[in-house]
Design a protein around this ligand. Structure first.
Ligand code: NAD
Length: 264
């Protein structure tokens, strides 16, 4: 299927690793010019080089900016004032008992996971509306529906993204701009691999046993019963960003292996 996004400009936030990098790679493979974002210049430069090696001829630029604050977002807008496709992928996660999670930690999660997408979407949507074409995707999570007890503060941000995504879609009514949320399940990104490795080491078990227990005890409703590969999330996101997906908007699309057991 030709996704018909050749020549479009895509910004993918938090894309030096993990799901974001896989999305940037998939969009580049489809002929879009892609902006890779992370906090450090070295990390961005390395990711740009990695993408160029993986996708020969890819049009890739890098932007080092911390998008958890307004100044970082302004730096991105100054370097890249316009985008046809925006993927709000940036997101942090960290288990923390509810009783031990401080006000500042709640605020940090809100600023990083919610306000980054709000600020960046607010900037780019104006140009998209003027061009009568645009794609905005929020990378939420199945945790936005099934709030995890071990990280309520994270689940809150993923639910908030669903509200922002749906409302923003409605504000684009009658234009060629679509806004959707994509809800991955447990995905073997760099961040999650590190997290699982730490848990396995602490429990004195191997990684395979750690993952088996995670699906048996933590996510028993998973139909897939395995970690998702970032490329499997990226495939859905690339479709949603495509010209072919013009009639899909205001939707919350799952790529979570069936953990959420409601039908719709
Ligand atoms: P990751 O930790 O592997 O990668 C995060 C990326 O964000 C890195 O490129 C990092 O450099 C960048 N980053 C972190 N803080 C930043 C900041 N302040 N400004 C700019 N860049 C920053 O993450 P991942 O697992 O690939 O997750 C990506 C998204 O997918 C997140 O929104 C996460 O909530 C969501 N998600 C992940 C999973 C999963 O199991 N991996 C499941 C559901 C949803």
């Amino acid at each position: 299927m030709d996704l018909q996004i050749s020549g479009k400009k895509a910004v993918v936030t938090g894309s030096t690793a993990g799901i974001g990098f896989a999305i940037a790679s998939e969009l580049a493979r489809e002929g879009a010019s892609v902006v890779i974002n992370g906090r450090s210049q070295a990390g961005v430069d390395a990711a740009v080089a990695r993408l160029k090696a993986a996708v020969p001829g890819a049009l890739v630029a890098g932007c080092a900016a911390d998008l958890s604050n307004a100044a970082g977002c302004e730096a991105l807008f100054a370097a890249h004032p316009q985008a046809d496709i925006l993927v709000n992928n940036l997101g942090i996660f960290d288990p923390s008992p509810f009783e031990a999670t401080s006000d500042s930690e709640w605020q940090r999660f809100f600023d990083t996971n919610v306000m980054s997408g709000v600020r960046v979407s607010r900037h780019y949507v104006a140009g998209m509306k003027a061009a009568n074409w645009g794609r905005i995707v929020f990378i939420s999570s199945e945790s936005g529906i099934n709030t995890p007890g071990e990280m309520v503060h994270y689940g809150m941000t993923k639910s908030a993204q669903l509200a922002v995504s749906r409302g923003l879609a409605q504000s684009c009514a009658g234009t060629g701009v679509t806004v959707n949320a994509v809800l991955p399940g447990p995905t073997r990104s760099e961040g999650v691999a590190e997290f699982f490795g730490k848990l396995a080491a602490e429990s004195g078990i191997g990684l395979a046993e750690m993952e088996r227990r995670f699906f048996a005890e933590g996510r028993p409703t998973s139909i897939l019963k395995r970690m998702i590969d970032p490329s499997e999330v990226a495939a859905l996101v690339a479709y949603v960003c495509s010209a072919r997906a013009a009639a899909t908007t205001g939707a919350a699309l799952r790529v979570e292996g069936g953990i959420v057991s409601t039908i719709c």
